[in-house]
Design a protein around this ligand. Structure first.
Ligand code: PLP
Length: 396
């Protein structure tokens, strides 16, 4: 199939459709740990092709991949506009194994701050153990440029960030990286390929937690890394050693979720904008962060680079811990849990849910006050969600 198709079509068919076992329309779950050969000469032929690098995903052993995974990767690379995709068992295994694959001995990695908490913890708590230096900088290319050293080889960014939904100027990051011959990696989980295409803008590697919008139903864990064939081949060598593959059933669920990806994203974008506007005008709300609002510090960059802004909205309740808990506990439709991008709407009080174990002074320094709330809208009717938020705010 050709690249002229839009995301909704690519999410259903991908490109270069392949025949399916038993002529099944949906992709069968191939639940096996290993794959047999008919005769010894087939083994020899297969190994020869493998040694010449002519087969990437060989069906030989489960740790090296599975056919359901391959089908999912084919669709994901078509949606992203990438040469190749590789699936992992979670977003975090995708993040960490990508960094471990491309990091250099005695190297230095620049991360933009306000990135996903576990990514930051990996930088702070793990990289120094291997003699790898890191810097955490503001999400802009000036701050990045200032930190570049002789041993820097990776810039790792996120877009939009969590929870403040900061949006970096990708063009200027790419320009800086090219000048210094650095590899650029972006975690675009919160944007998704529906709202931004970092590879078209010159980024080398894109990562998504497929647990979120790509899977879309709060029922699976997976991560995907996309980029040029030569880069993904390197990453594949790491996965062959370590595993951390997305299992066949997870891939089945993910592929099923992808079929409605574009329709869901359209709903998420509209609901996010509507709810963000309502919250911003509400007398019991102190401040709202949503890239689609003019008041967001990166609104101009978001509008320039993104098609829509998703369904995560972060805000401050007027009040403290007590008022915030009262609001959250009064919600009828929103479920108290982390995560985002699924069918059910979720609510998180950031300080207690995601940052509870940080010392209070550090939480305050990064803005994690008791009245900071993040909501991730699901697929419910957005008027029902607005009514639910209003009635809960009235309870304060
Ligand atoms: N990156 C971002 C931006 C996330 O929000 C998350 C999870 O919330 C992850 C990575 C990790 O993904 P997973 O939970 O699939 O490991």
């Amino acid at each position: 199939m050709s690249k002229k198709f839009k995301i909704a079509t690519l999410s259903v068919h991908g490109e270069n459709r392949k025949p399916k076992a038993y002529h099944a329309v949906s992709t069968p779950i191939v639940q096996t740990s290993n794959y047999y050969f008919d005769k010894s000469s087939d083994v020899a032929d297969f190994m020869k092709l493998k040694a010449e690098g002519k087969v990437l995903r060989e069906h030989e052993y489960g740790r090296y991949g599975n056919p359901t995974q391959e089908e999912c990767e084919r669709k994901l690379s078509a949606i992203e506009g990438a040469e190749k995709a590789i699936l992992f068992s979670s977003g975090m295994s995708a993040v960490i194994l990508t960094i471990l694959t491309f990091v250099r001995k005695d190297g230095h990695i620049i991360f933009t701050n306000d990135c996903y908490r576990q990514t930051r913890d990996f930088a702070v708590n793990f990289l120094p153990k291997f003699g790898i230096e890191f810097s955490l900088v503001e999400p802009n290319s000036n701050a990045i440029s200032k930190e570049i050293k002789d041993n820097t080889n990776i810039i790792f960014t996120e877009l939009p960030t969590n929870p403040y939904l900061r949006v970096i100027d990708i063009n200027s990051v790419v320009e800086t990286a090219k000048k210094h011959n650095l590899t650029t990696i972006i975690d675009a989980t919160m944007a998704t390929p529906y709202n931004i295409k970092p590879i078209e803008l010159g980024i080398d590697i894109v990562i998504h937690s497929a647990t979120k919008y790509l899977g879309g139903h709060n029922d699976l864990l997976a991560g995907v890394v996309l980029g040029r064939q030569e880069l993904i081949n390197e990453l594949y060598k790491t996965q062959r050693m370590i595993g951390s593959i997305a299992d066949p059933f997870t891939c089945f669920l993910l592929e099923r979720g992808l079929k409605t990806f574009a329709i869901r994203m359209e709903h998420h974008n509209q609901a996010g904008m509507k709810v963000a506007k309502m919250l911003e005008s509400h007398p019991k709300i102190e401040k709202v962060w949503y890239p689609g609002l003019r008041s967001h510090p990166d609104h101009h960059l978001a509008v320039k680079q993104m098609k829509g802004f998703g369904s995560v909205v972060t805000f401050l309740i007027k009040g403290g811990y007590k008022e915030t808990c009262k609001f959250i506990d009064s919600l009828k439709l929103f479920i108290i849990t982390p995560s985002l991008g699924g069918s059910e709407s979720l609510v998180t009080q950031m300080a207690t849910m995601s940052f509870f174990d940080y010392p209070e002074h550090y939480r305050k320094a990064i803005g994690m006050t008791d009245n900071l709330v993040r909501i991730a809208l699901g697929l419910e009717d957005s008027d029902d969600l607005i009514n639910d938020l209003s009635q809960a705010l009235d309870k304060i």
